[in-house]
Design a protein around this ligand. Structure first.
Ligand code: ADP
Ligand code: MG
Length: 194
């Protein structure tokens, strides 16, 4: 389990990434970290991309219906206008943001803010998703989570799309996606090609 670094003295910023496939608990973990920051009397702000319209427009919500009130942003540069007294910034579904996000979160961290971000590491094709590779490279702390493979019960690393849609972004839940281990993910794709 991730434990917050303990800093005495001067305030310091850093970046934490929580990544993994769908249903792996990324949003739950983001919410857990931000709730603990609030308990530590930190001023917290949570953001999500305008593209993510699942569940609720104004809340970051996990598949388990845990939630935190959030602000919707349509471009990463909007994050640079946050209040000066914010200590911790949380961002969910970072794979949906534009390519400026790695520079933006670095600027926030340089300004002494703790940035906790969560998102998919791979798209439904098993390829690195959006700006996630760059975020992983610049983060101080990386947590890779796993879901449970809905076919064999092993650890799931992939988000398997059950529909034939080939767009990179197709919003959906268990109706469209399954968490699968590497083998069951590959088997699904092979069977589909037959
Ligand atoms: P993520 O943000 O990674 O998509 P959430 O934090 O929203 O995930 O939800 C995680 C929750 O999803 C789990 O606590 C569990 O209740 C539920 N869940 C549904 N399907 C699965 C699965 N295949 N493996 C693990 N958890 C699952
Ligand atoms: Mg999530």
């Amino acid at each position: 389990m991730f434990l917050e670094p303990h800093f005495k003295g001067q305030r310091s910023g850093w970046i934490e990434v929580v990544c993994g496939p769908m249903f792996s608990g990324k949003t739950e973990e983001l919410i857990r970290r931000l709730k603990r920051a609030k308990i530590a009397n930190q001023k917290v702000a949570i953001y999500k991309p305008a593209k993510d319209t699942r569940y609720d427009k104004n809340n970051v919500v996990s598949h388990d219906a845990n939630f935190l009130v959030s602000t919707v942003v349509s471009s990463s540069k909007e994050l640079l206008t946050i209040d000066r007294d914010i200590n911790v910034v949380g961002i969910d579904e970072v794979q949906f943001f534009d390519d400026d996000l790695p520079d933006v979160v670095q600027e926030l961290a340089m300004n002494g803010i703790r940035v906790v971000i969560s998102g998919l590491d791979m798209d439904f094709k098993g390829k690195p998703f959006g700006c996630m590779p760059a975020l992983l490279a610049v983060a101080e702390y990386v947590t890779k989570l796993h879901a449970i493979c809905t076919h064999c019960g092993n650890l799931a690393t992939h988000s398997y799309r059950m529909s034939e849609d080939q767009d990179t972004v197709v919003l959906g839940e268990t109706d469209v996606y399954e968490a699968r281990c590497r083998t069951c993910y590959a088997m699904g794709n092979i069977l589909r090609l037959r």
